[in-house]
Ligand binder design. Structure first.
Ligand code: NAP
Ligand code: MG
Length: 406
């Protein structure tokens, strides 16, 4: 069997701990036997980030910009404990935050749905995709504790007196006599909200599903309302007709209304959310659909670049077991789907139907393997099969590899 060739390269971002082990195994067992991989490799393992003063993360982001497509392994975001564990020179920032800041855009998170893994919410029949705005709000906020009722916050080069900055009566800081408190200021830009809106509309069209968008504009009459207005203006001007042609709808609702509707829904739609709401809701949706290990994630930049990854972290607990020589049962699905997402997109952009077909086949084989009752430990308690085989990390990958050869 001749191997599939890739016309153009993708950026490959390696990572840490158990997912780094998975990365190697997935390449060796499921990709390299079938595809001559054409990647630009960047080692975002924590040690190498430290050695390069985190330059490697910036180089990787630039490679994604240049090549259009990247696939990323989960990485450690260092904290104090990791500083000591890895004897780091600095507490480097989260690679994902660096990538999001450099690529801008929207993160789409979708659960991988298998018929024998039933969601906790009985009405859900189809996946719910979260479209999370990846810029601004509390993630780029400034905050402070204040002793009296007056505080200054720096935003960029300007210093703003908080009383002047927030004019509405309910949000002025407590009066000077009311003692200590806390203040926070957040921002966003019209340009970033517009690209969030367009990315969400485009994604909904590409999967032919309704788009929901929710904020708290009744309380946040300027901030959240701006999001609502921008979405509506762009929808009316650019997407209304295309949505009608595709037979899909755009719905705006209040966030609390949306949460209640989501729980009563059948699924099968894209739910656009502001940065923090998307952070929280994507974890809830993935847990309710089954396992964090079954949640895929893709960052879509407004300039048409795509970065694919698993939604979960480096699975540290399993890694320490692995280092101890114990058997692990780590679910590789989200990481495999990061690769298939990137390869399928490369195939689509390069007009390589072979590469597209390979990505689709690998996904289908993974799902069928689980459906047939072969799975990792995290799914065992959720699956409804009569006969189940709980496999090790390697055992599951070997089962999928065998079926790919067959
Ligand atoms: P995590 O790696 O997602 O793991 C949390 C727990 O979820 C695991 O201990 C495991 O539960 C379960 N789990 C996650 N993925 C699994 C898989 N593929 N197969 C089976 N079970 C899985 O989160 P964390 O432990 O909070 O974070 C670990 C490191 O990852 C941190 O250093 C953090 O900075 C980093 N992180 C990176 C990213 C990213 O790069 N995108 C995202 C999040 C976190 P059991 O232990 O019960 O089996
Ligand atoms: Mg989160």
């Amino acid at each position: 069997m001749s191997k599939i060739k890739m016309v153009n390269p993708i950026a490959e971002l390696d990572g840490d701990e158990m997912t780094r082990i998975l990365w190697r195994l997935i390449k060796d067992k499921l990709l390299l036997p079938f595809v001559t991989l054409n990647t630009e490799y960047y080692d975002l393992g924590l040690m190498h980030r430290d050695e390069t003063g985190d330059q490697v993360t910036i180089e990787a982001a630039n490679a994604i910009k240049r090549l259009g497509i990247g696939v990323k392994c989960a990485t450690i975001t260092p904290n104090k404990q990791r500083m000591e564990e890895y004897r780091l020179r600095e507490m480097w920032s989260s690679p994902n935050a660096t990538l999001r800041a450099m690529l801008d855009g929207t993160v789409f998170r979708a659960p991988v749905v298998v018929p024998n893994i039933q969601p906790s919410v009985r009405t859900w029949k189809k996946p719910i995709t979260i479209a999370r705005h990846a810029y601004g709000d509390v993630y780029k906020g400034v905050e402070a504790r204040v002793d009296c009722g007056e505080a200054f916050l720096s935003i960029g080069d300007s210093k703003i007196k908080i009383h002047d900055f927030i004019p509405s009566p309910q949000s002025t800081l407590q009066g000077e006599n009311s003692g200590a408190g806390i203040v926070q200021a957040v921002h966003n830009t019209d340009a970033s909200i517009m690209s969030f809106a367009r990315a969400s509309f485009e994604y909904a069209l590409s999967v032919k599903q309704d788009l929901w968008f929710a904020t708290k504009d009744t309380i946040s009459k300027i901030y959240d309302h701006r999001f609502k207005d921008i979405f509506q203006e762009i929808y009316d001007a650019e997407y209304k007709e295309r949505f009608a042609k595709a037979g899909i709808n755009y719905w705006y609702m209040l966030i609390d209304d949306a949460v209640a509707r989501v729980i009563r829904s059948e699924g099968g739609f894209v739910w656009a959310l502001k940065n923090y709401d998307g952070d929280v809701m994507s974890d809830m949706i993935s847990a309710a659909f089954g396992s964090l290990a079954m949640m895929t994630s893709v960052l879509v930049s407004p300039f048409g670049q795509f970065e694919y990854e698993a939604a979960h972290g480096t699975v540290t607990r399993h890694y320490y077991k692995y280092l101890n020589g114990e058997t692990t049962s780590t679910n590789p699905i989200a990481t495999i789907f990061a690769w298939t997402g990137a390869l399928r997109k490369r195939g689509e952009l390069d007009g390589s139907s072979e590469l597209v077909a390979f990505a689709c086949k690998l996904e289908a084989v993974c799902l069928k393997t689980i459906e047939d009752g072969y799975m990792t430990g995290d799914l065992a308690g959720l699956a409804v099969n009569d006969v189940k085989r709980v496999l090790s990390t390697e055992g599951f990958l070997d089962e999928v590899a065998g079926r790919m050869q067959g």
